[in-house]
Write a protein that binds this ligand. Structure first.
Ligand SMILES: Cc1cc2nc3c(=O)[nH]c(=O)nc-3n(C[C@H](O)[C@H](O)[C@H](O)COP(=O)(O)O)c2cc1C
Length: 210
């Protein structure tokens, strides 16, 4: 069936991340963001597509910091409270009944109960307009990355998606359908992509974690 072109994102299963920031006055903010993608495998950059009318954007613009929190499905009820348009001075941790998790390298706290936390410093901000609608591509550099020990295997860097149950969504015309990921039991090494069977980036994974 031919679909309207703008519905492209409804066919891409999207992660539901929760981005936490603080205002210049220290007010805590959280917003769900699904238009989040890592930029290539060797880098430590993450790109967030954001409308301009977002407290999250204002906070990142002012403080140059943010945390991308990765929730599991058990945090699905935090999505609507944190996506509601509330005044700038509302602490959205309190609004959504979420507990702060102190960050190591940025002032914005993470969210307790998520399975991973990406503390980011602003790398660059690209302001664009599409059909008169202003939006931003916000590039963050991950300065501290943590994962819940219960789901992570430090031997090979794999993590247990069945246990973490990452919160994801697809969309229909009426709204968001929340889902998660299943391991289908198929593995291929990165090296399989290369003629010599060797992953040119393997040395990066051999370095000890900080
Ligand atoms: C699941 C979900 C994903 C969303 N993803 C994005 C996104 O990628 N970019 C964006 O600008 N807004 C996104 N939104 C909308 C914002 O979360 C929403 O407008 C929120 O109120 C912004 O909060 P803030 O003004 O405190 O930043 C999403 C909303 C939901 C529910």
């Amino acid at each position: 069936m031919k679909l309207k072109n703008f519905k492209r994102e409804s066919l891409i299963p999207l992660p539901v991340t929760l981005i936490s920031t603080v205002s210049e006055d220290g007010i805590r903010n959280i917003a769900p963001y699904s238009c989040v993608m890592p930029i290539l495998r060797p880098f430590d950059l993450v790109c967030v597509a954001s409308a301009k009318m977002r407290d999250t954007y204002v906070n990142i613009d002012n403080t140059e910091e943010f945390v991308i929190n990765m929730p599991g499905v058990d945090l699905v009820d935090a999505v609507i409270p944190t996506s509601s348009h509330v005044p700038f001075d509302v602490n959205e941790f309190e609004l959504a009944n979420l507990k702060e998790r102190p960050s190591k390298k940025v002032k914005a706290p993470g969210i307790e109960g998520c399975y991973a936390w990406m503390e980011c410093k602003l790398h660059s901000m690209h302001e664009e307009t599409y059909d008169g609608f202003p939006y931003l591509l916000i590039l963050g550099k991950v300065v501290h990355l943590e994962v819940d020990d219960d789901i992570y295997n430090p031997e090979d860097g794999s993590w247990d998606v069945e246990k973490a149950k990452p919160l994801m969504m697809t969309e229909s015309n009426q709204g968001m359908h929340f889902c998660t990921v299943n391991d289908i039991g198929k593995f291929e090494p990165f090296g399989a992509m290369f003629e010599d069977g060797k992953d040119p980036l393997s040395w990066m994974y051999e370095k000890k974690e900080d």
